[in-house]
Design a protein around this ligand. Sequence first.
Ligand code: HEM
Length: 558
Amino acid sequence: MNPQGLLSFVESWENAGAISKGIALGVVLGGGYFASLVLYAIYNVFLHPLRRYPGPLLWRAFRVPYVISIHRGDIHRKMKRFHDEYGSVVRIAPNELSYVDGRAWKDVYGNRPGHLPFERNRTWFKKLSPDEPHSIMGYDEEAHTRMRRTFVNSFSEKSLRDQSPVIEGYVELLINKLNAFATGQQRADNTVDLNQWLNYFTFDVSGDLSFGESFDCLRHGKAHAWVEIAQDFGKALSLIASINLYPPFHKLLRYVIPKKIMQRSFDHRAMSAAKARERLSFESERPDFVTPAQKYNKHKPSIFGSEWEINMAIIVFAGSETAGSALTAVMRELVQNRGVMSRLTEEVRGAFEDASQITIAATGNLVYMNAVINEGLRLDPPVVIGVPRLVPAGGDTVCGQWVPGGTYVAYNQFAANRQSRNFSHPNSFIPERFINPDTKTDDMTSLQPFGIGRHSCIGTKLAYAEMRLVLARLLFAFDIALADETDRWDWGEQKTYILWPQLLRVQVRVPRTSARTGGLLSHPPPARSAAIHDFESYAWRYQVKWSSSAKKTEELLG
Ligand code: HEM
């Protein structure tokens, strides 16, 4: 621009009105912002150290599509589609890689000799407020080690044995309550929202074992206020985590999250802290999560002050929603796959003559039961998307490929378990794959519903014990079918916010006595011990009449 031109521009700017000046400034700033976005996207796609990893263009360029998908609750389906399209590792955000290759478990979550650990990232595991203490679920490795060492005592074989009568008592109550539906006392059509009752059960057990008192959901047939709040907590966690991805704007962006949801997560923490304090004030010992941890802490002080409260709140939540979700998913698969239901019912009714024999210890030997549970955890994993870890500064390899330091990496369970590269007929419910595994078509090492390594699930044994016991008691006591035969859908069709919403309306009926005492049984399953992850090669075939819905599965089984 020559001096004359510059002069006339300055004159016209001075003569312009405030509105025109505002518009012009807006255009300049907007243009600048747009240009920087374009440059940012160009950098991410063409120059970023992760540029060689495949993935959808927009997701590689910006984090926004990921956040939108989290808010929509369809991130698990997106991941599945991306892995179908791009392969076993996909770049799902400028700085995040998603894996469905079983080798990634060890590299990302395990302890590799000679490698630095991949820590929990500080976005998903950020504290709700700065003064909140660290927890067993937190990113601080030193605090985690102290807390895990203490609480692991509450989940040992011995502790589980001590806790068994408590858990069995709640299952008895669950069966009594459902009996009222089965006999038509509650509803003439014998229908019941089983998902609710299963969640009442898991929350009552967790409440008793953590806070020293039941939430009494089973007794009252409705969710306690704490439980209602907790059920929104998963959603709050995922929304908060997605917003935390935008520092320093996350404080402002929190206002985008519905106020009710934010408030509920704060209420949840406050109510939990009050309940935990109450439990800690008990003088006497109880068969629960607190007594063994307290005993350890007395000898080796590891957890202090308010750290107790936050950890107990986390354990209640971690142990209820997950187990409730797993139980509902397995039951849905059973009522949608009548052939599998028949086999399992036959196993249970053949193994026991009376409900009083069905205990946590006695259900550990049910081979088909273990297979059904594992297949449910595969098809409908309670922890839907991967919990991302951070590649240490300096970078490291994952599945043999170099990944720069600071990258988020995660194994995404739903997407992985539904890949045909990992499992044959990945979208079908086929428990037999665990009884007679074909390692050529099914990669069992890729299935880790409870995670692996130092952060793996502390409650695995308890979760299996609860699931086996509840399923055995339910199938022994009732004939269960879908309330509406057309209400069939794939579990993955639901929206998800870390966990699943779960829906299952069924009809429960008291079976004829002969069915309970072996009338159905043609081939009683031999009593033999099956370790949880020991997918023994053991096949037996039942001569049951397959219902039409089971035929598809039967065809797949060959
Ligand atoms: C079917 C049921 C369950 C599933 C699928 C499940 C799954 C998981 C997974 C995948 C993790 C690892 C998270 C990570 O990598 O950051 C985890 C951690 C954890 N789970 Fe579970 N869980 C279940 C039941 C339970 C139960 C019953 C409890 C306790 C009552 C529990 C307590 C915990 C705790 C405290 C952690 C954190 C462990 C640590 O960081 O050291 N979970 N769970």
